[in-house]
Design a protein around this ligand. Structure first.
Ligand code: HPA
Length: 235
């Protein structure tokens, strides 16, 4: 089974497939958002809205461990995730897709491992799954590769932080990609993300950032994003 984790703006996609069931699962870490299971291109697909429907959990409060555990429990082996991001590069503007191949973790306060009781160090040399990445790039024409910087949020970044992220090699900045990718690796699931640029990052953008512009771009590109996920699943 393939899992889809929908980020900001992507709360429902089952109209595109034949629905089999919907359920919220209990896990050792708490309940998951309601997951829709459906059939698409001869595959079983489980769709989970990361923030719950209606965007109830802010990025720093998402129960990432319950979400990933729940998908694993359902039998998911591969996960395609969507993430709204700000761009750190002038050449990558709002509305563009980026499929990152690495990340920088600037989160601070999130439970970010399943291994609190014993010592396990997973390898993260190549954090995103190669096959899923190519499927996403082929179906979307996205920028192939880039470094996803994850901040704690929920505030946007300062100008100095954006300068630092740029000098460290960051390509896009968001608040939800980590620890999701790490937790998926800990449970031995393949994981890749397609990032939709909703804005230029703070200080690169000439105006103050608002969540309204993020939602606007996500809404404009929602159908294309969903088509991309479907295209990747059919590959
Ligand atoms: N910063 C952090 N997270 C984001 C942004 C941003 O500029 N845009 C969308 N998510």
């Amino acid at each position: 089974m393939i899992g889809l984790i929908g980020g900001t703006g992507v709360y429902e996609i089952v109209e595109h497939g034949r629905i089999i069931g919907r359920e919220s699962l209990e896990t050792p870490y708490g309940r998951t958002p309601e997951i829709s299971v459906f059939r698409l291109h001869d595959r079983d697909v489980a769709f989970m809205p990361r923030h719950s429907r209606g965007h109830e959990s802010p990025p720093h409060m998402v129960n990432y461990r319950a979400n990933i555990w729940g998908l694993k429990k359902l039998g998911v082996r591969q996960i395609l995730a969507t993430n709204a991001v700000g761009s750190l590069e002038e050449s990558i503007g709002p509305g563009e897709f980026v499929v990152p191949d690495d990340f920088l973790d600037f989160t601070k306060n999130r439970p970010s491992t399943f291994y609190d009781e014993r010592t396990v160090h997973v390898d993260m040399t190549e954090p995103y799954c190669r096959d899923l990445r190519s499927a996403l790039v082929e179906s979307s024409g996205a920028v192939d590769g880039g470094v996803y910087v994850c901040t704690e949020g929920p505030r946007f970044e300062t100008a100095a932080e954006i300068r630092m992220f740029r000098s460290l090699g960051g390509t896009v900045v968001g608040m939800t990609g980590i620890p999701e990718a790490v937790l998926a690796r800990e449970l031995e699931m393949c994981y890749a993300s397609i990032c939709l640029v909703s804005n230029y990052a703070a200080s690169i953008s000439p105006s103050k950032l608002t969540i309204t512009e993020v939602f606007e771009v996500m809404e404009e590109r929602r159908e294309d994003l969903i088509d991309t996920l479907e295209g990747a699943i059919s590959r």
